[in-house]
Design a protein around this ligand. Structure first.
Ligand code: KG4
Ligand code: ZN
Length: 325
């Protein structure tokens, strides 16, 4: 079964052809992220306009690179939400037009299910059940994945998502958007024990997170150093912040006692998180899976893969910016 996936939930215009949910035949991404560097974050209206510009060439390129004819596509899959409504609508409109023209099913996909499926593309034998640590720019959750479409949310952030905290801290440190990957790199040069930042733990749900206190602590640290005209090391801040984040992520996901942990979302690319999870997993004989780095952040291959396991198609879908899992 050949599925063409389309993803436009944020600032990446992406299309991909995937065979049987597991084999990537092509994976094209046109990103407008560079434009947003100067704005310090995604501007929804500009993102939508860029999607309009990119969507048709990106789809054409994905089909061409896969080496197939349009009539070989069995279904079109598209991100329905969560995401920016205007951005989502561009992908959905293109997907509907293509599915109608080819007279094939249109499969709506939850973006978060897509992030999980990035692991099905990376580890072709991986199957549920497992526990998923979903860490992206908009979400931070621990999910009990009982089946491909049987997913229970057992914990999540009560304020900022982890990627969001990275990007906000990055902005205060003077790094261009998105700050996450830059902090990850800077952390390599710093001392993770140099500054003691807070770790939040909830008694009523050991799987819940909070990152806004940590974010504020970093911002206060920087402001207080600047007010006193004192020198400080950005590398130490990056390393100490990253250690505080990864300590909490690792601790909470290991609270599940699951023997199979799958990490998904943009922050799954984080070097510190990979190292910390692998170390703990080795000690406790737990299997840990990450997507390959290129599939951690937004792409359409993950959408096409997730769609392979969804049995419902719906031609009348609308964008749902706050779609639940
Ligand atoms: O999953 P994603 O592409 O988009 C959403 O669905 O949100 O995640 C983007 C987020 C951004 O906040 C970005 O800073 C973060 O993932 N990110 C990272 C790294 N690479 C991307 N955060 C920390 N370390 C990284 N290496
Ligand atoms: Zn995403």
């Amino acid at each position: 079964m050949i599925i063409l996936g389309i993803e436009t939930s944020c600032d990446e215009t992406a299309a991909s052809v995937v065979k049987d949910g597991r084999i990537i035949m092509s994976n094209i991404i046109a990103s407008s992220a560079e434009i947003f560097e100067e704005y310090g974050g995604v501007v929804p209206e500009i993102a939508s306009r860029k999607h309009v510009e990119f969507i048709l060439p990106v789809i054409d390129k994905a089909i061409k690179l896969a080496g197939i004819q349009k009539d070989e596509i069995d279904a079109v899959a598209v991100t329905q939400g969560p995401g920016l409504v205007g951005a989502l609508l561009i992908g959905i409109t293109a997907a509907k037009a293509l599915a109608a023209a080819l007279d094939i099913p249109l499969i709506p996909v939850n973006h978060l299910k897509g992030h999980i499926a990035a692991n099905y593309l990376t580890h072709t034998d991986l199957e549920p059940p497992f526990v998923c640590l979903l860490v992206s720019g908009g979400h931070t959750n621990i999910l009990d994945i009982k089946g491909y479409n049987d997913i229970l949310n057992i914990g999540g952030t009560r304020d900022d998502a982890v990627g969001e905290a990275y990007d906000k801290v990055g902005r205060v440190m003077g790094l261009v958007y998105p700050g996450g990957p830059k902090i990850d790199k800077m952390a390599l040069e710093g001392d993770s024990e140099a500054i003691s930042f807070p770790r939040t733990k909830f008694k009523d749900n050991p799987f819940d997170f909070s990152f806004s206190g940590l974010k504020t602590a970093v911002i206060n640290y920087i402001h207080s150093k600047e007010q006193k005209n004192e020198e400080y090391s950005k590398e130490d801040i990056a390393a100490s912040f990253q250690k505080a984040v990864t300590d909490v992520l690792v601790e909470n996901v290991f609270e599940t006692r699951s023997k199979k942990i799958v990490v998904a979302g943009g922050v799954a690319a984080n070097r510190g998180l990979r190292e910390a999870l692998n170390k703990r997993a080795e000690k406790e004989k737990v299997e840990v899976y990450f997507p390959i780095i290129q599939l951690c952040t937004d792409n359409a291959a993950m959408i096409a893969s997730a769609a392979y396991y969804i049995n419902e198609d719906d031609f009348d879908i609308n964008a749902d910016p706050s779609l639940e899992m």
